[in-house]
Write a protein of this length. Structure first.
Length: 181
């Protein structure tokens, strides 16, 4: 333990499978193996599904069809991201941990991010469904900004600007495409 403190690695060493690890090391591993894939999934699900969802909403004005497309986009994106993350590396070279766990985390969070703003379209009134979906999207984007601020030290105002800008571009693309359909 004295060596870890002297080396500047961290404080309070904790035993983990025979290896001495610090609290700082555990936090780093948690961020790398859980928070980062979870955040990437939430970002992908929340943002990448906006264009197809709102394109269908504006093209058809049909809440059922919009919900079905949103659900399909969320499921497809979740599966795609799970496989992409799980097959990207085995975790030994990068220290990113179990590919199965990372794949499950990113897939689930991608699905959650995509399905969240699809659920309002279970409401038969398209105008009410759109208003609620806008609020859900805003909540998703603020949540992403808060996670980036808390775990990655991104300044809150900068994180909000970056996340909202990216989300707005995808949203506007969906609205533009759907309005022409």
């Amino acid at each position: 333990m004295a060596e870890a403190s002297q080396a500047g690695v961290g404080t309070a060493a904790v035993a983990d499978g025979g290896d001495a690890r610090t609290e700082r090391g555990h936090k780093h591993s948690f961020i790398l193996q859980v928070v980062q894939p979870g955040l990437a999934g939430l970002m992908d699900g929340s943002v990448s599904t906006l264009a197809p969802l709102f394109a269908v909403a504006f093209a058809t004005h049909n809440t059922h069809t919009t919900f079905v497309v949103g659900l399909a986009a969320a499921v497809g994106a979740g599966i795609s991201m799970a496989f992409a993350e799980g097959l990207s590396d085995d975790g030994t070279l990068t220290g990113r941990g179990s590919p199965l766990l990372r794949g499950l985390i990113i897939g689930l969070m991608t699905f959650i991010g995509g399905v969240g703003h699809s659920l309002p379209f279970l409401i038969p009134n398209i105008h009410l469904a759109l208003i609620i979906a806008y609020l859900v999207v805003a909540t998703e984007l603020i949540t992403i900004a808060v996670i980036r601020n808390r775990y990655f030290g991104t300044k809150m105002w900068l994180s909000v600007v970056q996340v909202v800008f990216g989300g707005a571009l995808v949203f506007l693309a969906g609205v533009a495409i759907g309005s022409r359909g």
